[in-house]
Every structure is written in C-alpha cells, then in structure tokens.
Ligand binder design. Structure first.
Ligand SMILES: Cc1cc2nc3c(=O)[nH]c(=O)nc-3n(C[C@H](O)[C@H](O)[C@H](O)COP(=O)(O)O)c2cc1C
Length: 382
C-alpha cells in the first residue's frame, strides 16, 4: 500500500476579503484588492507558512451588488507573475474561465507564467457563470454549451502545451542549430467550438506543464475533471457531503485509468481561529460589527487553534480533503492560521515543515506529465 500523502494547504488571496465588510477593518487597506504591496506581503506570509500554493479566484462579469473585492481587483496571471519574483517555492494558481477566454491565449499565458515562476504555475479552469458571455461577445452560446466547450478548451490547451518536446531546443551557437523541427508539433485541432492549428511558441517548464484545477460540483464537471484535471476546488460545508463527492470523483478518476492518488480534492474553508474559543468569537463579532446589515454565517472551521486543527485533521483523515484551501474571513485570518494552527498540524505529522521541492507538481505530490509525442517516438524506438 502506498503511504498516504500529507495534507497540502493553499491560501486564496481575496484582497479586501470574500465578504462585504472586511475592507472596513482598521488593519485592512481599503484598496487591498488592487494593491501590489498587500499582495506581496500576503504571498510572502503564505510562503513562510509553507503553504503549497497561492490560489486566486476570479470573476468575469460584475454588477453593483457584488462584494467589494470583485469590484476592483487584479487580473490573476498578471499579479501572479509579479508575485513569482518575490517568492521561491510556493505554487501560483490563477482562475481563467473556459467559457470566455480563448484557448490559444490561455495556453500561452499559463505556459509563460509556468516558465517565469520556474515551474510553479497552476490554472483553475472554471466554466463560470453565464453573465460573462456578454463581456466576451459570446451571447450566442447557452449554458448547455459551457461544459462541451470546456472539454474542447482543455483538449486544445493540453495539446498546445505538447507543441515542443523537452529537448526540442538545441540553441547551439557553434553549429547554428537553434531547434529540432522534428520535435516541434502542430496540433491541427478541429472541434465544434475551437479550431486551432498551433504550435504554441513556448517550450515546457521544469514541471512539464501547469497543474490544472477545476471548480464546481456537477456530474458534467466531474466527468471532465476526471479526464483532464489534477484537482478540484469544492465548496461543501458538511463533511459527509464532501466525503461522498470525493469518493465519487475518485471513482471516476479510476475509470479513466488514472490513479486516484494523483487527483486532489480541495475544499474551500474560511477559518476563524483564536488562542481560545472566546478569542475566535470576538473576531467573529468584530467582523459582524463592521457592517451589521450583512451577517456572515459562522465558519465551519471555527474556534480555538486546537479545535480547528482537530477539524482539519478530521476532514483530511476522512478522505474528504487532500488540499485545504483557506480564505481569510477576518483580516488576521492567514496570520492566525499560520501562527496557531500550522504548528499543531505539523506536530500531528500531517503537514510538512519544509518545502520538499520548488515546483507546484512536486509540492502537491503530482506526477510529471509525459509529452504525447515523446511517448510516440519512444514507442517507435522499441
Ligand atoms: C468552490 C467553487 C469555486 C468557484 N470559483 C469560481 C471562480 O473563481 N470564478 C468563477 O467564475 N466561477 C467559479 N465557480 C463557479 C463554477 O465555475 C461553476 O460555474 C459553478 O460551479 C456551476 O457549475 P457546476 O454546477 O458544474 O458546479 C466556482 C464554483 C465552486 C463550487
């Protein structure tokens, strides 16, 4: 039997917060969602906490009632490129919706981030909500198109990431040979939604290609994720629901001929932690008092550090969670979790004390992909 992987942790940086009131807190810069210094500080903090990745959610269509964070925020790949220069080991995952973007552009952006960060990029490929279709000149499409289109999108992007085999670039000044054209491959993809020739003009990174995540809960999503993704971001509040989802998804991953150990279930949580239960309660009340017309529910992972660490352990050991994705509900959320909960998880032996590597794939315990053409050439040789 293989040894169970340790728990992994990701931090979702949502600028001023994933609620209506956090921006009013005295410790929160009111413009945090578009403040580079704030993002740099948080990214460094998450790396000090040995988190495996920074994860950025996104939105492609806004209205006046949305949370303040979504009203004025950075675009994900741009900010992560900047953060890659001030961090060394932590992964960098951006959300880009397959319903709105163009696969050639996304393949290129993500591959560039992967090279810029030296193998630390991840992509959260969401379908997103239909509102965005209006911003991207795709109002001719319906909701029923979103998953078939996503499937094609992922086929195209993964195909483009195989454009060059690992050793395609020789760059030998003496002989004048820059690259081996035999190791450069056009994709010539023809689908219902996308028609893409390729090749893509960037070579693979140290981790082969960016890690792919998806977010959602439906059966259609599970089918695509089990084929294409390395992990899935979910929002279940109840342990039993999260467990059932994990079991079903891993079953589908197995049906695709893949090892379920190579697929990560990543529930999102927004813990509020104190040294004591009382301190956590005070933080919760403080947050509520900032804007009493918006009441937030008490988070699932709530209370003293020991209690929250036990809850985390329970979800992890129940098989409901391979990666814990945390958001800050309270502006001190990341600091509290790193100072109070992480050491307990480390003592319990379920969370690492040091980075094992500095690619996202290694840190998440994911296998390196093999270029489809290298496999073919390899087979030809045998
Ligand atoms: C945990 C979670 C996180 C999500 N994050 C995003 C996001 O950052 N941006 C976005 O546009 N949509 C996001 N979505 C929405 C999904 O893309 C999708 O539209 C939604 O889950 C409905 O699809 P489903 O019924 O297949 O789950 C998220 C959904 C879930 C469950």
């Amino acid at each position: 039997m293989t040894e169970k992987k340790q728990l992994k942790i990701g931090g979702i940086i949502d600028g001023v917060g994933f609620n209506y009131m956090g921006w009013r807190h005295p410790d929160m810069p009111a413009n945090a969602s578009e403040n580079i210094d704030y993002y740099v500080q948080k990214a460094k903090r998450l790396e000090e906490g040995k988190f495996e990745m920074i994860f950025l959610a996104d939105v492609s269509h806004i209205g006046p009632r949305m949370i303040p964070h979504y009203l004025s925020m950075f675009e994900g790949v741009s900010i992560l490129s900047a953060l890659s220069m001030v961090t060394h080991s932590i992964g960098l995952t951006a959300t880009i919706a397959t319903s709105y973007a163009d696969p050639f552009t996304v393949a290129r952006q993500m591959a560039s981030l992967d090279k810029i960060s030296n193998g630390r990029a991840g992509w959260n490929a969401v379908t997103s909500n239909p509102g965005g279709l209006a911003n991207y000149s795709r109002t001719h499409l319906s909701k029923a198109d979103l998953y078939p289109m996503q499937n094609e999108f992922l086929e195209v992007v993964k195909g483009l990431w195989d454009s060059y085999e690992e050793d395609a670039f020789i760059r030998d000044k003496k002989s004048g040979v820059f690259h081996d054209p035999q190791k450069m491959h056009a994709l010539n993809y023809r689908g219902n939604y996308f028609s893409v020739d390729g090749p893509l003009n960037i070579s693979p990174s140290r981790q082969g290609r960016p890690v792919i995540f998806q977010a959602g809960t439906s059966s259609d999503l599970m089918n695509i994720a089990s084929k294409h993704a390395d992990g899935i971001f979910t929002g279940f509040e109840e342990l039993e629901d999260a467990k059932a989802f994990s079991k079903e998804l891993k079953r589908r991953v197995r049906l695709e001929g893949r090892s379920p150990d190579d697929f990560l279930i990543m529930p999102g949580h927004n813990p509020i932690v104190g040294r004591t239960e009382k301190e956590a309660e005070e933080k919760f009340q403080e947050l509520q008092s900032l804007m009493p017309i918006y009441q937030i529910p008490k988070p699932n992972f709530f209370g003293s550090a020991e209690k929250v660490a036990d809850q985390v352990q329970c979800w992890y050991e129940a098989g409901a969670m391979d990666v814990l994705l945390i958001r800050q509900e309270h502006p001190s959320g990341f600091d509290d979790f790193i100072e109070l909960v992480v050491p307990i998880l480390q003592d319990k032996g379920i969370f690492h004390k040091e980075y094992e590597s500095n690619t996202l794939r290694d840190n998440l315990g994911l296998p390196y992909p093999t270029n489809r053409y290298s496999i073919r050439n390899h087979d030809d040789l045998n």
